[in-house]
Design a protein around this ligand. Structure first.
Ligand SMILES: Cc1cc2nc3c(=O)[nH]c(=O)nc-3n(C[C@H](O)[C@H](O)[C@H](O)COP(=O)(O)O)c2cc1C
Length: 372
C-alpha cells in the first residue's frame, strides 16, 4: 500500500473509532471494556485469516524506523506498554496491530486478583485513565507456561513486579518474589523490565530507595540471562532520587530505563476533570511532561550509555517525536490507543517517518537527543 492509501485507511478508521466505537466503549465500565478488548484480541490472534485482515487494516512498515538495539531487532519504535496485556494473551495479534514490540505483565511471583473494584476510571477531559488495578495477573508460573512454546513476531518484554500482598512487604520477601518471576521468565521473550514503580501495591514503591534497589539488583545479577534488563521508573521521582538510582545502576546489569509509569500527583500538568478518584495512578496526558522531563534528565546525564523507552501521554506522532528528540530510542503507550483507536500506532509510525525526513535524519538514532 502506498503512503496516500495508508493515510486514507487510517483516517477512515479514526473516523469510525471516534464516532462509533469510542462513544459505545466510553459509556461502559472501563474494566469491562478492557476485558472485552482482550477477548476480541485473543480471538483475532487465533486464526491466520483474522491476523491477516488485522495487518491489512493497521500495519505500517518503513526501513527508517528499524533499529537494532541491545542485540534485538525492532521493526519500529512503538511498543505496547505493560498493563494492557497483563496475562500475555495478545502476543499473536499485537504485531498485526502494528506494534514494533510489546511488553506483557506486570507479572508477579504469586497469582494476584488485584485491588477491589472499581479500579479503572476515565478522565475524558484530561485524556487520562486512573488505574488502581494493583498488579492483577495470573502469576509467573501460569503466564510462563502460556508463553514457553510460543514464537513471537516482534520483540517481547516481560515486566515483573512484586506480588501485591502484605506478605511481600518485608524487603527480603519482596526480593524473593521478584526472583521467582525472574527465574520463571528467564529464557522467555527478549527483554526484562523490573517494575519498581507500581503506585497501587501494598508497601508502596520500596525499591526506589537506593539501598533496597541495590539489594534487589544484586540478587538479579546472580541469575544468568541473555535478556537485557530495563528499570521502570516512577515519573514522580525528583532529580536527586533519579541520580541516586542511576548511581546504583552503574554497578549492576541494567541496560535501560522506561520513563515512566503512572503518576500519583493530583497536581500533575493537564488535569482538567473536576472529579479525580483519590485512589490510583494517572496515565495519559498528565504523565506526558513528567515523562519527557525524566527522559531528558537521564539522557543528558548518561548520553548513549542506556536505552531509554519513552512512555507517557503519547497521542500523536508529534508526541512520539518529542520523546525521541529528548533522548528516547523506543516508545510505549496504552492510553493514546484507548482514546484515539488502534490505527494510532501506524499513524505515529507514518508521522515519524515524515518528521525524520523533514529534519534530514536517516534513522531514529540520528534524531535521538537532538532537541535544543
Ligand atoms: C490499565 C493500565 C494498567 C497498567 N498496568 C501496569 C502494570 O501492570 N505495570 C506497569 O509497569 N505499568 C502499568 N501501567 C502503566 C503503563 O505501562 C504506562 O507506564 C502509563 O500508562 C503511561 O503510558 P500511557 O500514557 O501511554 O498510558 C498501566 C497503565 C494502564 C493504563
Amino acid at each position: 500500500m502506498n503512503n496516500l492509501t495508508i493515510a486514507a485507511r487510517n483516517k477512515l478508521f479514526h473516523l469510525f473509532y471516534a464516532n462509533i466505537l469510542r462513544p459505545i466503549y466510553f459509556r461502559r465500565d472501563p474494566e469491562e471494556v478492557h476485558n472485552t478488548m482482550t477477548r476480541v484480541g485473543e480471538f483475532l490472534g487465533r486464526f491466520a485469516i483474522t491476523r491477516k485482515i488485522t495487518s491489512l487494516s493497521f500495519s505500517f512498515t518503513h526501513p527508517t524506523l528499524e533499529q537494532n538495539l541491545l542485540g534485538i531487532y525492532f521493526p519500529n519504535p512503538v511498543g505496547l506498554a505493560a498493563g494492557f496485556d497483563k496475562d500475555a494473551l495478545l502476543t499473536d495479534i499485537l504485531p498485526c496491530v502494528g506494534f514494533g514490540f510489546a511488553e506483557v505483565g506486570s507479572i508477579t511471583g504469586e497469582p494476584c486478583p488485584g485491588n477491589p473494584k472499581p479500579r479503572l476510571w476515565r478522565l475524558k477531559e484530561s485524556r487520562a485513565l486512573v488505574v488502581y488495578y494493583g498488579l492483577k495477573n495470573e502469576g509467573c508460573e501460569k503466564i510462563a507456561d502460556r508463553l514457553r512454546s510460543k514464537k513471537f513476531k516482534i520483540p517481547l518484554g516481560t515486566s515483573i513486579a512484586k506480588t501485591n500482598s502484605p506478605v511481600t512487604v518485608e524487603t527480603e520477601a519482596g526480593i524473593n518474589d521478584y526472583l521467582r518471576a525472574f527465574c520463571q521468565l528467564v529464557d522467555i521473550g527478549d527483554y526484562f523490565t523490573i517494575n519498581i514503580s507500581c503506585p497501587n501495591a501494598f508497601g508502596g514503591e520500596p525499591f526506589t530507595e537506593p539501598d533496597r534497589l541495590d539489594r534487589l539488583l544484586s540478587a538479579i545479577d546472580a541469575i544468568s540471562t541473555k535478556k537485557p534488563i530495563f528499570l521502570k521508573m516512577s515519573p514522580d521521582l525528583s532529580e536527586k532520587q533519579i541520580d541516586a538510582i542511576l548511581q546504583v545502576c552503574e554497578n549492576h546489569r541494567i541496560h535501560g530505563f522506561i520513563c515512566g509509569n503512572l503518576t500519583k500527583k493530583r497536581g500533575a500538568p493537564k488535569i482538567y476533570d473536576k472529579m479525580v478518584p483519590e485512589k490510583g495512578g494517572l496515565s495519559g496526558k498528565p504523565t506526558e511532561e513528567l515523562s519527557n522531563a525524566q527522559i531528558r534528565f537521564i539522557y543528558r546525564k548518561t548520553g548513549a550509555k542506556y536505552i531509554i523507552i519513552g512512555c507517557g501521554g503519547i497521542f500523536s506522532a508529534a508526541d512520539a517525536y518529542t520523546k525521541i528528540k529528548a533522548g528516547a530510542s523506543l516508545l510505549q503507550l496504552i492510553t493514546g490507543m484507548i482514546f484515539e483507536g488502534p490505527q494510532l500506532i501506524g499513524e505515529i509510525n507514518r508521522g515519524l517517518v515524515q518528521f525524520l525526513k523533514r529534519d534530514g535524519f536517516h534513522n531514529i538514532r540520528e534524531a535521538r537527543g537532538t532537541e535544543k
